[in-house]
Design a protein around this ligand. Sequence first.
Ligand code: NAD
Length: 449
Amino acid sequence: MVDPATGEAFDEAPDRRPDELDAVVGRAHAAWRGWRADPAARTAALLAAADAVEAAGDVLAPLLTREQGKPLTEAYAEVARTAARLRYFAALDHAPQPIADGRPVRSEVRWRSLGPVAAIVPWNFPLQLASAKFAPALAAGNTLVLKPSPHTPLATLRLASVLEAVLPEDVLTVVTGREPLGAGLASHPGIRHVTFTGSLPTGRAVAERAAASLARVTLELGGNDAAIVLDDVDVEAIADRLFWSAFRNCGQICMAVKRVYAPARLHSDVVEALAQRAKNTVVGPGLDPGTQLGPVSNADQLARIEHYTDRAVADGARAAAGGHRLDRPGYFFAPTILADVPADSPVVTEEQFGPVLPVLPYDTVEEAVEAANATGFGLGGSVWGTDLDRAEAVADRLECGTAWLNHHAELSLAQPFAGTKESGVGVAGGPWGLYGNLRPFVVHRPLEA
Ligand code: NAD
């Protein structure tokens, strides 16, 4: 594995092959019988798992920073979120639901687990996104086989060894390796639910693979979230929050702000406020105290960001801050604010997934809403202004799964998380995420024999 802060390899993970999956999935199937049978034991095990994750913070967080690049404080936050998610789902029940429709029968829905679940996750939040899969799947009584990204397998393997001590054998198995391991997992006939987080093209390939066995599919895909700034905004009051909504985790967040639309009259003020923050941000290795922005996670991603930025500049954009790699070892890219970007430049129309933010002017709110919605993605969006009623009326018109006012990407474990259009299929988060891992089983019984 390569440390993105140095560009140097520092460790390895097993490169497992698809023909090993029969044995892995077989063991997950065998473990399902015991795991689904006793809800009280399951809850106790998941609560113990949360405690174990929390207790392992000093091991997990530095390793996560080393392989992924994020500042250490954010790695600790990711570990904490993983533990919190285990606790949240351990406490959710899925009690039988009576069907009251006036008929003289007693009819109820009893929720049943599905069987072994396959989880495939990306490299931007290796632990947090894995827990978004395994916490609800295990709480529902399923077992799970988890495949992390080949860029970030180490903290996940360490997490698995922490959980081994508190979960029954084969309830959660981590398999690491390069493709076609994920493809093999998605198409394995023993898998009953494939839950995937990653890019749109891979999501499509995963859905095609899972179609062979008609396994349930949940896809959490990309985003190109717009932030619309309204003309009654106090630019200085929102600038910090808007900036970090785009740049946290180096912009490598599915629902980061990836485009800003500002009224023409305020456009240069917004560009200037964001550019000033970009220039003042402390960029450095995630393990250094004081670092606010780490390196980009891997060499491919750095090349991709550079490509989008160079293309935008060639299209006529001006870098009000950044616009280039940093001249030091590792995968560092200067936080970049782009002005004068043509609306059809790929940095605007596609998901660049990095520390680069185009700020585009608009004349009417109508035009801004239309531009915000003019993408295949539909993950999140936000509206920034002083009159919250007016801002909410604009937010209501965004075609996405979550819309914020004067915030972005603030998520609760209890809320549904679902993109629309090409941002996903199925719902994660809250009780909806639990039921995404269950099937209804209806028992219909007359009142008398
Ligand atoms: P990716 O699609 O390249 O990879 C995701 C995972 O799929 C990795 O584990 C990868 O090894 C695996 N994979 C690759 N090819 C596969 C195949 N043919 N079959 C099965 N699995 C395969 O995505 P990435 O570059 O790791 O992550 C970035 C993407 O993830 C961005 O598009 C981002 O928006 C998205 N993302 C979405 C969410 C969300 O919740 N909507 C959250 C985080 C990231």
